[in-house]
Design a protein around this ligand. Sequence first.
Ligand code: MF3
Ligand code: CO
Length: 249
Amino acid sequence: MINIYSEDEIAKIKASGHITYLTHQHMKSFIKPGVSTKFLDEEAGRFIRELGGIPACKGFEGYPGNICVSVNDEVVHGIGSENRILKEGDIVTLDIVTLYQGYHSDSAVTHAVGKINKEKEHLLTHTEKSLYVGLKEIKDGAKLGSVGARIQQYAEHHGLGVIRELVGHGVGHEMHESPDVPNYGKYNTGVTLKAGMVIAVEPMLTAGKRYVAMLDDDWTIVTEDGRPSAHFEHTVAVTEDGYEILTGE
Ligand code: MF3
Ligand code: CO
C-alpha cells in the first residue's frame, strides 16, 4: 500500500525535512581533512537532537550510528569510526534521516574533502544533476518508471554506473515505505504517482562498474571495483503539477 498524505501531514514531513536540511548545512563546515567520521556522526546526532528531532538511523535494524557516513568507494550505510580520518581528495556522503513529531525525512549529500580529482568531480556533479533530472518527471498521473529511466539515461550518458541493488523509497510514517524508487527503469511504466505520495529519490552512482559488495561489518556497502560512488537524495511530495522538495530550504 502506498500512503497518500494530507496537506497537514506533508507540512509535518516538511518540518522534519527542515531539520534534516539544517543539519546538512550545519555539517558543511566540519567536512575537512583531519576530521574523523565518528565526529561527523556525533555532531550530526547532537545537532538533530538540539533541534528537537531524533536521528532515526540510530537503532534501525540495529544500525549503530546516528547518520550514515560513507567515504570514497563506500556507497551507503558507512558507520562513523574514530579511526577513519578524512583526507584531502576524499569524498564523503552524509545520509541523514530525521524523525520529528512522528514523521521521517531522508536526504543525502556527497561532499568533496578539499580538492578532489577529475573523476570524483565528474561523479559528484553528474550524480547531483541526475537527481533533478529524475525529479522533473514527477507529477500527479506520471509513472514512477519515468523517474528511474531518466536518471539511468542521464547517468549512463555521462559514463556512470547505476547500482541496481539500492533504491529510493516512500517515506513518512516509516523510514522505508512503498513504493520502491529505482534509479533505472523504463519510461512510462510502473506505479502511477498521485498527489500526496511522498518519496525519497536517491541516485547512487559509481565512477566505475555498477556492482557492489557488503563489508564484514554487515552494513557498509562498497563498490566491487573500488572506484568511488556518490549519492544525492531528497524527500519530495508529489503535487498536482509537479513535486515539492521537503528536505530543502
Ligand atoms: N537513508 C538510509 C536508507 O534509506 C538510511 C539507512 S538508516 C540505517 O537506507 F540504519 F539503515 F543505516
Ligand atoms: Co533513503
